[in-house]
Design a protein around this ligand. Structure first.
Ligand code: CIZ
Length: 304
């Protein structure tokens, strides 16, 4: 039996009004957090919402790099991360010092940062990308040589799609990197007619074995449009409840039940309420980082 959260939800509503706050939740958040949020989406959609909203406080139910992007794009607002431990192991795989060294080794290369990176790393880069626009953004660059940080799987996908020389960083998302070609083969054996969609953070051989490689936003779109009745979903399992709710006539199965991001699941209803009550934890990006990082983000936003 599920616990009754009525009072908690009521308190969240009251404090949200009192603080003139908006609650943004990433597609990978717990189902109950997505239900209470004003808007659910990918990091780019959420950052755009943060910048466009007239709320004074943004409660960002996601991980730190996402809250940082919101703080960079909406510097006049207070951005709160309900659990300050909610980091991203992929973002932690790239440091400013190592990137500066790599830039020295490849002085003519354009430097492209996946949004899943710390703000200080974005500040070192020419342009940012998300999983939904990485190919278009890299295609828009004049440079034929690209340093791509930090996800080697998304970087490989971009290299294949653009034909550019992409210098890969040895980073990966553990939640996506853990699935194998065997997982795809097993899913297909169980239902040969099922459509398989995976995230480009999956290994290249998993992407090659799937029918589509898509960001979460693109997955929601394909789920609406396809005539396939069964869809195997190769990304964090937090997307499944909304996929099922929006498409009740279709059957959505996880590519693997292991695809759970522990950081994304740190935010709970009680932490969300405490964030509003105690105004914690504010995420601020110092101006010397925020300025160049914003430039890299805005260059991306100008492309797509
Ligand atoms: O950009 C995002 O929000 C991430 C991390 C994944 C996706 O495809 O939405």
């Amino acid at each position: 039996m599920k616990p009754y959260n009525g009072n908690l939800l009521q308190k969240i509503k009251e404090f949200k009004l009192e603080r003139n706050a908006i609650i943004l939740a990433h597609n990978y958040q717990r189902e109950e957090i997505q239900q209470v949020a004003d808007f659910v989406g990918d990091s780019l959609e959420l950052s755009r919402k943060a910048a466009d909203s007239d709320a004074e406080v943004i409660v960002f139910c996601g991980v730190r790099f996402m809250a940082e992007v919101a703080a960079i794009l909406a510097p006049e607002k207070t951005v709160l991360l309900p659990d300050h431990h909610a980091g991203c192991s992929l973002a932690a795989m790239v440091s400013v010092a190592d990137l500066r060294q790599k830039k020295k080794e490849h002085p003519r290369a354009a430097v492209v940062a996946y949004v899943n990176s710390p703000a200080a790393v974005k500040a070192e880069c020419d342009i940012c990308v998300t999983s939904s626009n990485a190919v278009a953004v890299v295609n828009s660059l004049a440079a034929e040589e690209i340093i791509f940080v930090p996800d080697k799987n998304l970087g490989s996908y971009v290299a294949k799609q653009t034909g550019k020389k992409v210098i890969l960083w040895d980073g990966y998302c553990a939640t996506h990197h853990c699935v194998t070609r065997e997982d795809v083969a097993n899913a297909r054996r169980a239902d040969p007619r099922a459509l398989v969609m995976v995230h480009p953070e999956c290994r290249p051989e998993v992407v090659a074995a799937a029918d589509y490689s898509l960001s979460t936003g693109q997955m929601f779109k394909l789920a609406r449009e396809t005539e396939n009745e069964t869809i195997i979903v190769g990304t964090e399992t937090g997307v499944l409840p909304r996929l099922r709710q929006e498409n009740p006539e279709k059957n959505f199965l996880p590519l693997s039940p292991k695809m759970v991001c522990p950081d994304m699941k740190l935010v709970t209803l009680i932490k969300l309420l405490l964030a509003l009550v105690k105004m914690r934890t504010p995420v601020e990006v110092p101006a010397e980082i925020s300025r160049p990082a914003r430039r890299a983000l805005e260059r991306m936003l100008a492309v797509v």
